[in-house]
Write a protein that binds this ligand. Structure first.
Ligand SMILES: Cc1cc2nc3c(=O)[nH]c(=O)nc-3n(C[C@H](O)[C@H](O)[C@H](O)COP(=O)(O)O)c2cc1C
Length: 321
């Protein structure tokens, strides 16, 4: 069986559509993230794009962009069409260190296709998906899931994790909310603890981890092997260094608005190498200035920027005043 990569930190960056682009992933990696994951990508889209790119003598990395600096790097797939899944897994395998399978996405356009979080209630199809992935590629396969679809079946994750282990899935991330909860309420860390107690593969705890203190609490309380940070890393790649330092020596460096603006300028430089939508870059600018003194005035101005030059100008002005 393929070995999991050697993670240099217990703290991973979560896949976030429209947010965890290659530029942000590189920054989180530089700040000490042990693993970064691409945003979810449809297996059908991969197959269709591959055919198109192949005819132009290009490969899938034009569609799922990344940098060597991100390694170890995981690619996240979704979709339950078994033929497309098998093809997509073969297409991505040469380029990535791991493949992560999404069983958590609550977006209706995904759950309606019996994909993402909806699969939690379809044990037979789930088993077929895991078996297909494990038998198709030699790279390690991980799973990211929610606890259940709704309040009435919020322990589905226990059965799915058993199936995953039986079929050779090598690591499981749990975001302990139901699909119908979306992002409301609180992540139920007791469920991470329960999964850890009932599993023999490494468990990644995820959900509402937004500070070094909370990171330590979740690791200590649940016994999970790794933690994954999503929203806490938005505009805040520093969190990976801060958690690593706090776990090691009980203290960490604070970063101020100037540090965050500087980090955003680095982020913008990195984006020029990738095909990232301007709307997404602008959202990142707004995130990088959140929670900082004078940030709200700046964010109002940032939201009116029409291109990266305008964004840069506003930020450079702010850094130099
Ligand atoms: C904007 C956004 C996009 C997301 N996209 C994905 C995705 O592509 N794949 C996935 O598995 N989870 C996705 N998630 C869920 C996160 O990976 C994570 O599980 C969730 O946000 C809980 O962690 P947090 O409290 O640290 O944010 C997304 C979350 C957000 C906020």
């Amino acid at each position: 069986m393929a070995q999991l990569p050697n993670f240099t930190s217990k703290v991973f960056l979560a896949p976030m559509a429209g947010v965890s682009d290659p530029a942000l992933r590189i920054m989180c990696k530089k700040m000490g993230a042990g693993l970064v994951v691409t945003e979810l990508t449809s297996v059908n889209a991969i197959v269709a794009k591959h055919e198109q790119l192949e005819s132009q003598s290009k490969n899938i990395t034009e569609f799922i962009e990344f940098s060597e600096k991100e390694r170890p790097l995981s690619v996240q797939l979704f979709g339950s069409d078994i033929t497309a899944l098998e093809k997509a897994a073969k297409i991505v395998e040469p380029h990535f260190d791991m493949i992560d399978y999404n069983m958590g996405c609550p977006a209706p356009h995904i759950t309606k296709q019996m994909a993402g979080g909806a699969l939690l209630q379809n044990a037979d199809l789930t088993r077929e998906i895991f078996r297909t992935l494990v038998n198709t590629v030699k790279k390690p396969i991980s799973l990211k899931m929610r606890i259940g679809v709704s309040e009435e079946n919020k322990s589905l994750f226990l059965n799915i994790s058993k199936i995953a282990e039986q079929e050779g899935i090598q690591m499981i991330t749990l975001h302990p909310r139901t699909v119908s909860q979306g992002y409301s309420g609180h992540a139920d860390w007791d469920m991470i603890k329960k999964l850890k107690e009932n599993s023999s593969v490494p468990i990644v705890g995820n959900g509402d981890i937004t500070s070094p203190e909370i990171a330590k609490k979740v690791l200590d309380y649940t016994g999970c092997d790794y933690i994954m940070i999503g929203r806490g890393a938005m505009g805040n790649p520093f969190i990976f260094e801060q958690i690593k330092d706090y776990l090691k020596c009980g203290s960490y460096k604070q970063y101020n608005l100037t540090d965050r603006l500087g980090a955003f300028l680095t982020y913008m430089e990195l984006t020029s190498k990738y095909n990232i939508r301007f709307a997404n870059i602008k959202q990142q600018a707004i995130r990088f200035t959140k929670g900082t003194v004078g940030g709200s005035q700046l964010r109002n101005r940032l939201s009116t920027a029409k291109n990266t030059e305008e964004l840069k100008e506003l930020l450079v002005q702010k850094v130099t005043v």
